[in-house]
Each structure stands twice: as C-alpha cells, then as structure tokens.
Write a protein that binds this ligand. Structure first.
Ligand code: ADP
Ligand code: MG
Length: 227
C-alpha cells in the first residue's frame, strides 16, 4: 500500500491564559502521521493529549506553527473550509461516546453521512455495514442508553469513520471501559484501521494497547517525542 502523509504538525504551539496565568502546553511540536499507520499517544493527564488532538483535528487553532492535513495547510483557511475538511477527512472519537441520545445507533452513524449529502438509503446501508463490521449489527435500532459502554464506543467509532475519513483521532477511546471490553473494542478499531488504510492517532493510558500500535509517542516539554 502506498503511504501518504495524512497529518503533519510543524512547530505547533498552544497555550492557555496569559501573563502570570500563562500555561504553555505545546511548544514547537512536530509530528507526522502516514496512511495505514496507527500511533499511540501516551502521556500523563494534563500534559496536552487532548489539546494536541483538538489542534490536529481542526477543533482548535494553534497559537503558532502549522497543521497540514492531506497536503493542505489548514490554519489560514476559513472556518467553513476547516469544517468541510473536518467533516470529510477527519474522524474523531472521544472518551465518552457523545452519541445523540434520542437517535438509534444506526441513525447516529447515518447523521454525518446525511450532512455530507448522501441519500437516506446510502447512509443507512453504510451504517448497517459498519454496525456489522463492528459486530453490533443486531443493535442498530437501539438508542445509546440501551447499549453497554463497549457497544456505545463501537457505535462512536463507526460514526467517526462513516464518511470514510483518511485521519482518525481518538482521545482515550477505551479509557472508560474495563480492560476486557477495552481490548475487545480496540480489536474492532484496529481491524478497521488495518483494513481501511486510515492514519490513526490514539491517546491511551493503556500500555498493552499502546504496544499493539506501530509507534508510540509522548508529549515532553511541549514537544511530541517517540518513546
Ligand atoms: P490531557 O488530555 O493530556 O489530560 P489536556 O490537553 O486536556 O491534557 O490539557 C492540558 C493542560 O491544559 C491541562 O493543564 C489543562 O488544565 C489545560 N487546559 C486545557 N484546556 C484548557 C482551556 N480551555 N483553558 C485553560 N486551560 C486549559
Ligand atoms: Mg485529555
């Protein structure tokens, strides 16, 4: 498989507050992620994992440096363009599923596709396929509140990849699950990444899962470093 650079961070800076309360989180962070690559982001709480993922996912602007997604520098772009890239090329999974409680699992997975302009039929067929792929085909009509934590996260992963993004960012996606369920959910996530050639950056505290990825990085002194 040909590998393309999907995400490139160059000299990314991010701080919060100002003056005496200035908190520098990222300080010239560089990071490159290619298609088909699965990288673990392992760092203690409060070091900036979520900040890094939000900047990479175009949810926050960096205070300095550059975020390039699929060869496109994103920082000078309008909010509309950034949103379009985020919806079409980036999937995001959170620690807590953030599914819409009033909609079924299948409808939650259809939502981003409908927003992207697919027909109801196309969206529902792809949602069913993703539910089957995540081995929860039988749960499609259930609302999130009727699903277990592991099932909810598998729906959230399916939703994140519903529009076939090239970049998957996951912020402690199994952090809220018991070890056995975490491993099961990670199996599904890994299979999906391997099969689709996605580039994935996954924050986790779980060293066993981190070992299963291609590379491990951490945040040290505001920079992304291999370890
Ligand atoms: P992690 O995900 O590794 O736990 P975060 O990226 O969430 O770390 O946060 C890094 C640091 O930045 C923490 O000290 C946090 O309190 C601080 N922080 C995060 N977001 C904000 C914000 N919007 N305003 C002020 N401080 C923030
Ligand atoms: Mg975090």
């Amino acid at each position: 498989m040909k590998r393309n650079v999907v995400l490139k961070l160059s000299g990314v800076a991010r701080h919060y507050g100002q003056g005496e309360t200035l908190l520098t989180i990222l300080k010239g962070a560089d990071f490159t992620l290619s298609s088909g690559e699965m990288v673990a982001l392992v760092a203690p709480s409060g070091t900036g994992k979520s900040t890094l993922l939000h900047v990479a996912g175009l949810l926050e602007h960096p205070d300095g440096g550059e975020v390039v997604v699929n060869d496109r520098p994103c920082d000078g772009l309008s909010d509309d363009k950034r949103t379009a890239i985020r919806r079409g090329e980036i999937g995001f999974v959170y620690q807590f599923h953030h599914l819409l409680p009033e909609f079924s699992a299948q409808e939650n997975i259809m939502m981003p596709q409908l927003i992207a302009g697919l027909s109801w039929k196309e969206a529902s067929e792809r949602a069913k396929m993703l539910l089957d792929y995540m081995r929860i085909g039988h749960r499609g009509t259930h609302r999130p509140g009727e699903l277990s934590g592991g099932e909810q996260q598998r729906v959230a992963i399916a939703r994140a990849v519903a529009n076939a993004p090239s970049l998957l960012l996951a912020d402690e996606p199994t952090g809220n699950l018991d070890p056995e369920t975490a491993s099961y959910v990670f199996d599904a996530l890994e299979a999906l990444v391997r099969q689709s050639g996605l580039a994935a950056l996954i924050a986790t505290h779980n060293h066993e899962l981190a070992r299963r990825m291609d590379r491990r990085v951490t945040i040290s002194d505001g920079k992304v470093v291999d370890f």
